[in-house]
Design a binder for this molecule. Structure first.
Ligand code: ZN
Length: 276
């Protein structure tokens, strides 16, 4: 009789243990690939090799590796905001966990406010693509990419914006990211990308210290105001000026997306560019 009770006890203990063990989730396999990728990054930074240099005649310049003892990881200095332009969060998570699309982001913010963290902040995600801001031509190397689950035609909901603000607060503090450096994909790739679009709450973000917004009272832009120079000073790539104007209006005007600068647009730009 005693052994019968022991058997019951052992079965109960095993059942309890198995319910505590982590479940194999749908991303177990891709998480394994992530681990493998981070291992390959570690093997790159562990290389102890001097720069192999040659002079103009092709002769080797002598070099030697001497490891310093004072260093840490480079920090992100920009946050780039996107909309996913997809119909569901599952679709986006899938896109970022298969190799073929070659795209990723550090964070994806779901409609219910859940934040998916997909890549360590110190690593380079593939979210910006061909882009330029000021003289920076590799935005992926210096930025955190945040994708908002939004199809591009719908308003951003409150739970999502609330989570985004919490995330931005943490990132700004952790990496000392300047207020001016919270921008959108459209800003850094004006001829290619429309996100996060004119429905994105940039005004609210600016009130919380993430990016800039124009003041309530606007001065009249002077007659000799050169808007192309002002856009360039903010950071826009003005090689396609119409595209830069549209991107600026999607971000700072948000009432129309035409490539023309009205007096109001000029006044807003004149007000905003002096904050940079
Ligand atoms: Zn984007």
């Amino acid at each position: 009789m005693k052994s019968y009770y022991y058997t019951i006890l052992i079965i109960a203990a095993l059942t309890a243990l198995s319910s505590c063990s982590p479940k194999v989730g749908p991303y177990a396999l891709t998480n394994k690939v992530y681990k493998h990728q981070t291992d390959s990054v570690v093997s790159i930074i562990e290389q102890e090799q001097p720069a192999m240099l040659t002079d103009s005649a092709g002769a080797a310049i002598p070099g030697e590796w001497v490891g310093t003892v004072n260093f840490n990881l480079r920090k992100p200095n920009y946050v780039i905001i996107h909309f996913t332009a997809q119909d569901s969060i599952q679709q986006t998570l899938k896109t970022f966990t298969i190799v073929k699309p070659q795209v990723s982001a550090h964070y994806v913010v779901a409609k219910d406010g859940k934040v998916f963290h997909m890549l360590n902040d110190y690593l380079r995600a593939w979210h910006a693509g061909i882009s330029k801001w000021g003289s920076i031509s590799d935005m992926n190397s210096c930025s955190i990419g945040i994708e908002i689950d939004n199809n591009g035609k719908e308003p951003f909901n409150d739970a999502q914006v609330k989570s985004l603000l919490a995330l931005l607060t943490q990132l700004k503090k952790a990496y000392n990211i300047p207020t001016a450096n919270f921008i959108g994909h459209q800003d850094i790739a004006p001829a290619r990308k429309p996100d996060p679009g004119p429905l994105f709450p940039w005004k609210l973000l600016a009130q919380k210290g993430f990016g800039y917004w124009s003041d309530e009272l606007l001065e009249l832009a002077p007659d000799n105001f050169d808007y192309a120079i002002a856009l360039k000073l903010i950071g826009y790539d003005t090689s396609n000026l119409s595209a830069a104007v549209v991107a600026f209006k999607r971000h700072f005007v948000q009432t129309d997306e035409t490539p023309t600068m009205t007096q109001l647009d000029l006044n807003i730009l004149y007000n905003v560019y002096r904050k940079y």
